[in-house]
Design a protein around this ligand. Sequence first.
Ligand SMILES: O=C(O)CCC(=O)C(=O)O
Length: 288
Amino acid sequence: MLTPEQVRFYHREGYLLVEDVFDGSEVAELNRVTDSYIECSREIAESNSLFDLAPHHTAESPVVRRIKNPVAVDKVYARTARKERLLDIVECLVGPGVRFDHSKMNIKTRGGQAAIDWHQDWAFYPHTNDDLLAVGLYLGDCTLENGPLMVIPGSHRGPVFDHHHEGLFVGSCSAGELGALCEDAVPLTGGAGSITIHHVRTLHGSLENRSDRDRRLLLMCYMAIDAWPLASAGSFDLAEFDSRILRGEPTLQPRQEALPVRAPIPRIPDSDSIFEDQERVAGRSFAT
Ligand SMILES: O=C(O)CCC(=O)C(=O)O
């Protein structure tokens, strides 16, 4: 559970770091599973529905940037996302009732690459209200050198920035548009087993890994049960949507709040990678 001060901090700043939520044996199990997926990636040469591979990935030297939706494919990740202590924390922040949304394992392999430019998750998936958040679990000690998640405090209460470039949704906003905001960025460093939490509208990103250790971050996204997606309302699978309720009862009455939104379309044809989308405008936010 969180203290009232932590809950107030989250609502004011749009993020939170909580140390020691998972213990050493839980983290070790998650690392073992992740190792086994990386082993499997040796057998493929191109990104697919499970793996987002870096351009220099080879069978001899695999470089997985992301395992896509790991909670949907593996019971160890799935158990992690359903831990009662995690749901207690999420429920303190989104209100009673929790729906799981999606997950990803972001891996920054040692020695560089895989920076993620500034963006707001809200730009990717606007909902009827913004009681959505992402929990990130560090599977190793995360220091300034290995590319911690960085957040801009209070940005969840500001505008939704333009994530388009030349008419297409590229999933990052330009440093020019963010201006002096970037100077306030806070790196969320923490030990293995710590979690980061960021509000769906919080501006965030992360630098390249300049260390000799991989950085693994398991991101699990949750929302209030009465938050309904705006962008996919046309092709809605209610049974699937409700199968992801972890606490509370289904509702057919989305809670609609007056919030700034932008539609995350048109998408880049045939693209399914934030890394590739952002590379189109490489160095946009983290240009040196
Ligand atoms: O892995 C990170 O450091 C940032 C992750 C992120 O923001 C994302 O995948 O949308």
